[in-house]
Design a protein around this ligand. Structure first.
Ligand SMILES: [Zn+2]
Length: 174
């Protein structure tokens, strides 16, 4: 019996308590964060109702092509008016080198696929957060009216610390 089988059995019972929210989704804020299970409670730790948050997760809190796609739909189609990018300390993507992983996988599998083009590993979470914020702020399809702010989540403290990101003029803005 696999974990998935157990989950499906549980779902058959738990779904009896399920109450649909009704209507189309109407989130007010987009949150990009890591897939790390320690980040799963971050929405509630900000006091935000689940229904208000368009939650976009991937390994390493990366603003890549797919995250940009989600953010554009979120702000242009769903109506979210703010974007938060929440990186965290002790991230798995800061514990290995993407190049090393590629070499290992090529050696183990003998395959050289074109995707993923990179794993977006990093060493400095704060600096990495700044880069992700800048990628979103500079995207021409993200309105300049939408505030884009970056944070680090402390996995031991549950606290968010803002990462200030300078705009093009060198002024720290949030
Ligand atoms: Zn992480």
């Amino acid at each position: 019996m696999s974990i998935t089988d157990d989950a499906l059995r549980a779902n058959a019972t738990l779904a009896e308590e399920y109450r649909p929210t009704g209507g189309p989704p109407a989130p007010t804020i987009a949150v990009v964060t890591c897939a790390d299970p320690r980040l799963s409670g971050v929405v509630r730790l900000m006091g935000l109702p689940d229904a208000d948050v368009d939650l976009i997760r991937n390994v390493g809190t990366v603003i890549d092509d797919d995250t940009m796609r989600s953010l554009i739909v979120s702000t242009r189609m769903l109506g979210t008016s703010e974007i938060l990018i929440i990186n965290h300390d002790d991230c798995g993507l800061s514990r290995f080198s993407g190049d090393d992983l590629v070499e290992r996988l090529r050696a183990e599998t003998g395959s050289y696929p074109i995707a993923p083009a990179q794993f977006f590993t990093f060493t400095d979470a704060e600096q990495n957060t700044r880069e992700q914020v800048r990628k979103v702020r500079s995207h021409p399809w993200i309105s300049s009216e939408i505030p884009v702010r970056g944070f680090l989540f402390g996995v031991q403290t549950g606290r968010l610390t803002e990462v200030l990101v300078e705009d093009a003029a060198g002024t720290a803005v949030s």
